[in-house]
Design a protein around this ligand. Structure first.
Ligand SMILES: *Cc1c(COP(=O)(O)O)cnc(C)c1O
Length: 394
């Protein structure tokens, strides 16, 4: 295979991890749906759990291997581990690096499984101390650090607040304190934000979202130094068993080919939609890192390469019933969870959500709408929002 290490990002999206198929000459690698691989003639010294030797699909598979190579290259990391879902990747980090009686700092409003693992599971089962902190405020992070702080986990931009945390400043603080920094960079994708270049130790993705981009396969990844990734492979992948299907790994590898094009389009359309919503009288607030009004717009501008991805949250003037009526009046935009798909997706979270008290004030009163702006035309998206606003009298 040619060496693409000096190629540009967009070129590496296409070529790293691909090769000519030796058997057929096909110019792309096939999907290898196999659980087992032929052992060497002498297997007496084999490490059966070696995550870098393709023996059994739970300990790694051919398509997983190729995807790991591509993702490591795109994030600028030494190595990568791919697992079945984003949550499997996050759990892999937590189970590998949080010891009993350690202290962990985590973004206060984060993905729900992260909140439950760190706020409930680890403290209750293993006596781990966890501080949930508004990590968009570096001073709050500094104040939360303790002598036994082992991990600072950031989610930036955060789901669903879109709050942005300063990765470089927090990485510096963490390293002074001897802690690792992991960053859930799912909302940005490596085209927009590369946490390892900013000093983070581990970057985590739900591949289910922008990286696959087509809403048809789930996966998760962690990228970082070989020593750290190897620990996750040996402890979490081999022994906990959240292996990805080779088919999903193949689909995600294919999805990445268009990542740069998609991220540019998502970002451009989302900014237009955010500006439209901000100017609309019935809209109470819009949270989007690309807007000048976003409290961390300056940090976002610094670490997100001038693009702000496709997710925004907003509020409308009205009670729960009006929110439901609004969502149900939409014709193009689909009411469904997930983000980063080709189609636009919207979710209404009501004021009785289990974490509502952690959300920023404007999110709490009547709940909020999280909107993953898809790849449809901005005109059609704005037209759909407008007709739905009119239908509910806004
Ligand atoms: C969706 C999501 C996850 C979880 O990923 P799954 O693939 O659904 O397990 C984690 N973090 C963020 C920020 C997400 O949006």
């Amino acid at each position: 295979m040619a060496d693409f290490s000096n190629s540009d990002f967009v070129t590496r999206c296409i070529h790293v991890g691909n090769d000519i198929d030796k058997e057929t000459g096909a110019i792309r690698r096939p999907i290898t749906m196999a659980n087992s691989y032929r052992l060497p003639d002498d297997a007496s010294t084999l490490n059966w759990s070696d995550p870098n030797n393709i023996i059994y699909t739970r300990t790694t598979s051919a398509n997983q291997f190729y995807l790991q190579e591509r993702l490591a290259s795109l994030e600028g990391g030494e190595d990568c581990v791919v697992l079945a879902t984003g949550v499997a990747a996050l759990a892999g980090v937590f189970f590998s690096f949080i010891d009993q009686d350690a202290h962990v700092i985590c973004t206060d409003v984060s993905y729900i499984a992260v909140y439950r693992l760190l706020h409930e599971y680890f403290p209750d089962k293993y006596g781990v101390e966890v501080s949930l902190v508004d990590t968009s405020n570096v001073e709050e992070v500094r104040k939360a650090i303790r002598p036994n702080t082992k991990l600072i986990h950031l989610e930036t931009p955060g789901n669903p607040t879109t709050r942005v945390s300063d990765i470089a400043e927090i990485a510096e603080l963490a390293h002074e304190a001897g802690a690792l920094v992991s960053v859930d960079s799912t909302f940005a994708s490596p085209f927009i934000q590369r946490p390892l270049e900013l000093g983070a130790d581990l970057v985590i993705h739900s591949l289910t979202k922008y990286i696959n981009g087509h809403g048809d396969a789930m996966g998760g990844a962690v990228i970082g130094k070989t020593e750290l990734i190897d620990k996750i492979k040996r402890e979490a992948m081999v022994n906990i068993g959240g292996a990805i299907s080779p088919f999903n790994a193949w689909l995600i590898t294919r999805g990445i080919v268009t990542l740069p094009l998609r991220m540019k389009q998502h970002s451009e359309t989302a900014l237009r939609v955010a500006q439209f919503l901000e100017a609309y009288p019935g809209v109470t607030f819009v949270a989007y890192p690309g807007l000048e009004s976003h409290p961390q717009h300056a940090i976002a501008k610094k670490q997100m390469h001038g693009l702000y991805s496709g997710v925004l949250s907003f509020g409308i003037d009205g009670d729960v019933a009006r929110h439901n009526d609004f969502v149900n009046a939409l014709q193009l935009i689909i009411s469904a969870v997930s983000i980063g798909h080709d189609e636009s997706l919207i979710v209404y979270t009501g004021p009785d959500d289990e974490r509502i008290n952690y959300y920023p004030e404007e999110f709490r009163k009547h709940g909020f709408l999280r909107f993953s702006v898809g790849l449809e035309s901005a005109n059609d998206i704005i037209k759909d929002l407008t007709q739905a606003f009119e239908k509910v009298g806004l």
